[in-house]
Design a protein around this ligand. Sequence first.
Ligand code: URA
Length: 274
Amino acid sequence: MASQASSIRLQKVIAQSGLTSRRKAEALIVAGRVTVNGRVVTELGIRIDPTRDHVKVDGRHIKPPQPDTFLMLNKPAGYLSTMSDPLDRPTIADLIVTRGVRIFPVGRLDYDSEGLLLLTNNGAIAHACLHPRYHVAKTYEVKIKGILTDEEIAQLEKGVVLDDGPTEPARVRKLHKAEANSWIEMTIYEGRKHQVKRMLEAIGHPVIKLRRTKFGPLSLGTLPVGHSRYLTDAEANALRALLRHQPVGSSGHPKPVSRRAPVLSKSVTPLPSA
Ligand code: URA
């Protein structure tokens, strides 16, 4: 097995081969289904050198680690943000081609929401994108019932108290009216369940439509609904850069990395009329 310098946890090596998730790899190890250099290993702490040690699961060699893969999907409404569904409803897996790499969505968009959904096989980057400590900005174009007053915008920008506690301040911009309703742009820095809908509901403006246009350093741009594309190297590097910034405030509380994530391509998503 391996020295500390070149070593990686066994469950991580199995997950990086694309065979399964890290959690399921742990279960395989505990179940005695994994051998390293011919010896069954059932402890979870073991580190190996994947360039030298031979790992088998159920008697079969695992594949070498897969390269980082990042895909951006413009999710349509009416699809679940999961790769499979026991009830056989439409999922984002119906919309993408994974070329044999096991990728998963970074967070969720609701069934009826549209827009930018990142998929990757890189667990560390997925974690950074979702953990509140990294304050990754998520921007939405939202059609709401009615029109926001200046006081309501101030409320959203201060934070709203929801049943799971107060939210971080959001950034809000009015876009245009649509008869009795209106479109706004709203940026949040957390990723709680139904957060945008709940914040707007809490101040009396239920959401009619919701589309994510930006996610950290990524912009949806002109990617058509239902289409996906691989990220450019610059975009992938901008995501990797998130991992290098984890500032913690002097109070011991996390601080925003940057409220203004660099935009790599201009978002020119046209707004629908009314
Ligand atoms: N907030 C919501 O309420 N729904 C989404 O799909 C994303 C953010």
